[in-house]
Structures are given as structure tokens and as C-alpha cells.
Design a protein around this ligand. Structure first.
Ligand SMILES: *[C@@H]1O[C@H](CO)[C@@H](O)[C@H](O)[C@H]1NC(C)=O
Ligand SMILES: *[C@@H]1O[C@H](CO)[C@@H](O)[C@H](O)[C@H]1NC(C)=O
Ligand SMILES: *[C@@H]1O[C@H](CO)[C@@H](O)[C@H](O)[C@H]1NC(C)=O
Length: 245
């Protein structure tokens, strides 16, 4: 990513934090409208999509993940929603609800789209992507503050996130959060999280998280915090506790 996109991300993160305190659900971090195919108003795809989003809104909050498909080819639509592993069902519900409304505004006629929030992601497509790793859609967020000893800090970050990648892959909820003793000038501890969508197998989840970890040098080299966020998995770290236990 270019430095202008970094600036964009930093701006959004700060902005998101600010708005969250006012409205409850923060604005999206990022979205992608997949432009290759469109539908028109009142066609069968639109009503299938509406039904799918309704299902995801209903299905996702209790467990934190939902997936499904509605209709038949050529109007079939596939989708999933994932909430961050540590948030309450009510916050999950608010986030998925907001995501469904917002994606409709941002990508009104696209057959495929994906939108990310701090608390959830929502994705749909006319192609069956369920159970496949999304290798294409990634973005980064970073904490602008530098660390004083980047080599050892980066190494510790990798160590923590590799452990969390293993833990998340083998867990039922495909989510893990944890901490590591750091003992550096900035902080005594480092905090992290790793999460996959539940349609991935243990091996696929691990592979996705491993790819995310490999992007740390281009994302967040020597920074006090960062997120590598994809359509199938994401990782994050900070020197302060940023997830609920
Ligand atoms: C789909 O719609 C977008 C705007 O919403 C437009 O830019 C794009 O060219 C359209 N694609 C096709 C294949 O019609
Ligand atoms: C999500 O949506 C995008 C855009 O439609 C698609 O390319 C991708 O394969 C989808 N799947 C996942 C898991 O992100
Ligand atoms: C962090 O380090 C980079 C490169 O060394 C520098 O350009 C940047 O201004 C520093 N950022 C802060 C917040 O100190």
C-alpha cells in the first residue's frame, strides 16, 4: 500500500473512534464493491439479497457468525457475517444491522460486496466463496507511534501472533486473544488477537492468519500497534489491552 493509503487508514481509525462515542456504531473502516456484475432494481437477485441479509441479521448475533445462500442460479446469492470474537450479542446485532444498511448505500447494484467495521464484517457475492480463503481483499490500519527497539519488538509481535494464529485455528470460535511479556521501554506487555471466518477449516484458518502475519513488515513495521484485515481472517496488536478478555 502507498503512504497516502496509510494516511487514509489512520484518518479513518481516528474518525471511527471519535464517532463511536456519539452514535454507538462506528462508521465502516473500509468497503469494496465488486464491480464486475450489477443487478437492476426489482430483479430476482435483489430480493434474494434482501432475504439473505435478513437471515444474516437474525442468525449472526447469538454466536458471532452466520452464513448462507438464497435462491437459484443465476440469481443465487451467498453471504457471511462475522463479529469480533469478544463483543456482546447486542453489539454484534447493531453492527451487522448497520453493515447491511450501509453496504446497500455504498454498493447499491453490485452483486458482490464486502464491508468491514471494528466490530464486524459482512460479505456477499453471486459466486460461492464460502469455505475459500479470500486472498485478494486486504487492508491495514496502524498506530502511528514508533517503538524504540523495532527489531526485538517486531520479533515479539510475530511470536505472539503466531501463537494466537494456532490458538484461533484450533478453537471452536476461530478466535483467540492474548498477551505477551514485552519488558521494553514502551510497555511491559503486548496484546494481540487473531480471528477467522468459521467457514474455514483449521488448516485454512491457520494459512490465512499466517499470510496476514507475513504482511506485518509492509503494514506495521516498528509501530506500536496495527491490524492486518482480510475477508477471511484478521490479526491485530497493541501495547495496551484493546479487546475484552
Ligand atoms: C456497475 O455499476 C457501477 C456503478 O455502480 C459501474 O461503475 C459499473 O461500470 C457497472 N458495471 C457493469 C458491468 O455494468
Ligand atoms: C467477499 O466478497 C468479495 C467481493 O464480492 C469476493 O471477492 C470475496 O471472494 C468474498 N469472500 C470472502 C471470504 O471475502
Ligand atoms: C516514526 O518514524 C518514522 C521513520 O523513522 C518517522 O518518519 C515518523 O515521523 C515517526 N513517527 C512518529 C509518530 O514519531
Amino acid at each position: 500500500m502507498s503512504s497516502s493509503q496509510f494516511t487514509f487508514s489512520i484518518y479513518l481509525l481516528t474518525f471511527a473512534f471519535f464517532l463511536q462515542t456519539i452514535f454507538g456504531v462506528s462508521p465502516p473502516l473500509y468497503n469494496i464493491c465488486s464491480g464486475s456484475e450489477n443487478f437492476t432494481t426489482n430483479d430476482q437477485y435483489e430480493s434474494n439479497l434482501r432475504k439473505l441479509l435478513g437471515n444474516l441479521n437474525y442468525q449472526t448475533p447469538p454466536l458471532g457468525f452466520g452464513l448462507g445462500s438464497v435462491g437459484w442460479y443465476p440469481y443465487q446469492t451467498y453471504g457471511l457475517a462475522l463479529c469480533r470474537g469478544d463483543i456482546a450479542a447486542a453489539d454484534c446485532k447493531a453492527c451487522v444491522n448497520e453493515a447491511s444498511n450501509e453496504i446497500h448505500k455504498r454498493c447499491p447494484y453490485n452483486k458482490g460486496a464486502i464491508i468491514w467495521y471494528g466490530n464486524c464484517l459482512l460479505n456477499y457475492s453471486n459466486k460461492d466463496f464460502l469455505g475459500q480463503i479470500d486472498n485478494e481483499n486486504w487492508f491495514y490500519l496502524l498506530n502511528v507511534h514508533n517503538v524504540s527497539e523495532p527489531t526485538i519488538f517486531n520479533q515479539k509481535t510475530r511470536e505472539l501472533l503466531s501463537q494466537l494464529a494456532k490458538d484461533a485455528s484450533f478453537s471452536v470460535k476461530k478466535y483467540a486473544a492474548g498477551e505477551l511479556n514485552l519488558g521494553l521501554g514502551e510497555s511491559t506487555k503486548l496484546y494481540g488477537l487473531a480471528q477467522c471466518t468459521w467457514d474455514l477449516s483449521t488448516i485454512e484458518c491457520f494459512q490465512c492468519l499466517d499470510d496476514a502475519i507475513d504482511q506485518l513488515p509492509s503494514c506495521c513495521d516498528g509501530k506500536q500497534g496495527g491490524r492486518v484485515v482480510g475477508g477471511s481472517c484478521n490479526i491485530g496488536y497493541e501495547i495496551y489491552p484493546f479487546v475484552s478478555a
